[in-house]
Design a protein around this ligand. Structure first.
Ligand code: B12
Length: 223
């Protein structure tokens, strides 16, 4: 019988070799083995899409193949995360509005954050990709969100995270929300500080810890 590491490697390989059937079969096998859905996504499928990305960066893979790998990853991710049992969904810890910033169509990461946060007790409104700062704010106000999450994957869309933070501040709403930023283009803690966000993550597991910590701090302040 295959080990957990072997199954995770198989999942990554299915994305790298564009084999949807292998990815779906791998997810099934992994779930049957009791591998947590989040590990299937972050330690298996995500490793594969990052490898494809590296190859694209090196000019070894053309964009249609990146799209194909992304499609497979998306389908397999949805399948894995849909298996989180409903009874493991506690009362919402907080309400979050998330999306990928304006001008950026990369939404695999924000979709993962949305699914994992939902499965971990957050009520999440996922606005998808190419989301303008005004749309983030309008939705957050409409649903009474506690938290806004903005993802950016490209150097030229990173600035949108600052624009959103500045707009919140200008409208006197900055303190009302926990503002988290993330995504592959994220350069680190310095950027987080520069734009005045409450936290950042380039990995969903860390993002979840940061979010929970921010929520706990808010609760302490309001009690
Ligand atoms: C898949 C992919 C695509 C797919 C996107 C499919 C989709 N639906 O998302 C397609 C093929 C469509 C695509 C298109 C393009 N892409 Co592209 N793409 C990638 C690739 C290979 C992987 C990105 C990805 O999905 N990673 C996996 C996810 C899971 O990781 P993630 O987003 O970082 O998310 C995790 C964490 O960051 C965190 N997180 C994410 N968001 C948030 C938010 C919060 C609040 C928190 C707390 C945490 C968090 O949790 C997630 C899970 O752990 C990267 C290369 C790479 N290595 O990153 C290039 C890359 C991002 N793309 C790039 C480019 C240039 C483009 C195009 C402009 C190409 C073109 N010439 O058309 C277009 C974009 C057009 C546009 N306007 O947006 C460049 C960007 C370069 C740069 N530095 O600016 C990269 C880096 C490739 C490269 N090496 O050149 N791309």
């Amino acid at each position: 019988m295959a080990t957990k590491d072997e199954i995770l490697a198989k999942l990554a390989n299915a994305v790298v070799t564009y084999k949807e059937a292998d990815a779906m079969a791998g997810v099934k096998e992994a779930l049957e083995m009791g591998i947590p859905p989040v590990d299937i996504v972050t330690r298996g499928l995500s490793v594969g899409i990052r490898t494809v990305g590296e190859r694209y960066g090196q000019g070894k893979v053309a964009i249609p193949f990146v799209m194909l790998a992304a499609k497979i990853m998306d389908k397999a991710t949805k399948e894995a995360l849909s298996k989180v049992p409903a009874d493991q969904m506690p009362k919402p810890l907080a309400t979050m509005v998330i999306g990928t910033v304006e001008g950026d169509i990369h939404d695999l990461g924000s979709n993962i954050v949305s699914a994992v946060f939902s499965a971990s007790g957050f009520k999440v409104y996922n606005l998808g990709h190419d989301v303008s700062p005004d749309t983030f704010i309008k939705k957050a106000e409409e649903v009474g969100a506690d938290m806004i999450g903005a993802s950016a994957l490209m150097t030229n869309t990173l600035q949108q995270q600052k624009i959103l933070g500045d707009k919140l501040a200008k409208q006197g709403l900055r303190e009302k929300y926990i503002y988290l930023v993330g995504g592959g283009a994220f350069p680190g803690a310095e950027w987080c500080e520069e734009i005045g966000a409450d936290g950042f993550a380039t990995d969903v597991t860390i993002g979840l810890e940061v979010a929970k910590k921010c929520v706990a701090e808010r609760k302490k302040q309001t009690n």
